[in-house]
Design a protein around this ligand. Structure first.
Ligand code: ADP
Ligand code: MG
Length: 395
């Protein structure tokens, strides 16, 4: 099984359907609040334009309910794309239909059409056959550069692909597959996972899978609270998933049987409210009944940083605390800096909030790979087959 790259595909003079992830945050006035996802797709778009493809770019944006909704129009995205490229971008009035068909039919070599939000049609998420065929009818070649949507079997990521003659991965998709695959194969050791974030329940699958491959797992964030409670600690009003204590306990037992060390916080930054301007540092046993653990403490952060410094491969997902608040961001930034400082290790960070934390810490360029996928990155690391990637494979 192999996946062709965009450079291997015959695209000159062809109609190329490019699935991208332009699901960008908008401002209240419906401007683009952050265009990094648009900029990330530029290398693939520019490559196709330069080679004379007739480009049909498609994405979803937000969660319109399977019907046109002006609040989720790709119009501001098309305008920003045109600005960045210095090229015209023709936005269709609907993802499929007479208007879209006409725009696509009139495309000349090197011209760009942007289909209106794919989720304006219920067939996108339902992956229904007529909608998939309608999308495929616009294209001679299919290219997917939307890694963040690859874990969903939708019409534009899976359904349409078998009706298009040639298919392959864009530069972004290719890079994600290459770097994330490294973590599933032979790696340099020690191999460390640092896992945090809001909920154990989101990440039990990935934890279980990581415990079959890594040497050590460091756990922080709200998720650590549930593991500590499972071991009998009292943590005041901290965020805890009471209904996951048994699962947490069985994970800890399994990890021990597999010889994987699990490190949990030994101290915290606590406060009575997330809105507190400052927190108090306390040891594991010292959380008062009205307090919450909102960050790992300095001793834990130092210990985690030392482990990271000794590792040769590190995967990080999930902040160590409520890093959105400066009073509770130190632990997360300490982990980000430790990854950046370890120049000998392959370091991969996945997850929307974790990637944002790396960027806020100013060390994004010192990380081997920042995975943009969120849910898709975690499923990949878990070893699952992503339908949007499987659909690209050529026998
Ligand atoms: P990612 O997007 O990187 O996968 P998550 O979405 O799982 O990460 O978790 C990020 C969220 O977890 C952040 O909003 C952060 O405030 C929250 N969080 C982390 N630690 C704690 C904590 N101790 N208490 C409450 N919330 C926390
Ligand atoms: Mg998140």
């Amino acid at each position: 099984m192999a996946i062709l790259g965009v450079k291997d595909l015959p695209v000159e003079g062809k109609r190329v359907f490019l699935r991208v992830d332009f699901n960008v945050p908008l401002t209240p006035a419906r401007g683009v609040a952050d265009d990094s996802r648009i900029r990330a797709a530029i290398p693939t778009i520019q490559h196709l334009v330069d080679r004379g493809a007739r480009l049909i770019v498609a994405s979803h944006l937000g969660r319109p309910k399977g019907a046109p909704d002006p609040a989720f129009s790709l119009e501001p995205v098309g305008a920003r794309l045109a600005d960045i490229l210095g090229n015209e971008v023709l936005l269709t009035d609907e993802p499929v239909g007479d208007g879209a068909r006409k725009v696509v039919a009139d495309l000349r070599d090197g011209q760009i059409a942007l289909l209106e939000n794919l989720r304006f049609h219920p067939g996108e998420e339902a992956n229904d056959e007529p909608f998939a065929r309608a999308l495929a009818s616009y294209a001679d070649v299919y290219v997917n550069d939307a890694f963040g949507a690859a874990h969903r079997a939708h019409a534009s990521t899976v359904g349409m692909v078998r009706y298009v003659a040639d298919k392959g991965a864009g530069f972004l998709m290719d890079k994600e597959i290459r770097f994330l695959s490294k973590l599933l194969g032979e790696v340099d050791r020690p191999y460390l996972a640092v896992i945090g974030g809001a909920k154990v329940s989101d990440k039990l699958g990935v934890l279980d899978s990581l415990s079959t491959r890594t040497d050590k797992i460091l756990i922080g964030g709200a998720m650590a609270n549930t593991f500590l409670k499972a071991r009998g600690a009292s943590l005041g009003k901290s965020k805890i998933e009471e209904d996951k204590l048994a699962l947490a306990r069985s994970f800890l037992k399994k990890a021990e049987e597999r010889g994987v060390q699990v490190l949990l916080p030994r101290d915290f930054v606590v406060a009575t409210s997330m809105d507190a301007a400052t927190g108090r540092t306390c040891a594991l046993g010292g959380v008062d009944a009205d307090e919450m653990a909102l960050d790992i403490g300095p001793e834990t952060a130092r210990g985690f940083a030392d482990e990271i410094a000794r590792a040769r491969t590190v995967f990080w997902n999930g902040p160590m605390g409520v890093f959105e608040r400066p009073a509770f961001a130190a632990g997360t930034f300490a982990v980000a800096r430790a990854l950046a400082d370890n120049e000998r290790a392959v370091t991969v960070v996945g997850g929307g909030d974790s990637v944002a934390a790396v960027e806020q810490a100013g060390v994004a360029d010192k990380i081997t790979h920042l995975s943009t996928g969120g849910g898709a990155s975690l499923e990949f690391i878990e070893g699952k087959t992503l339908p949007g990637i499987a659909a690209l494979e050529t026998a």
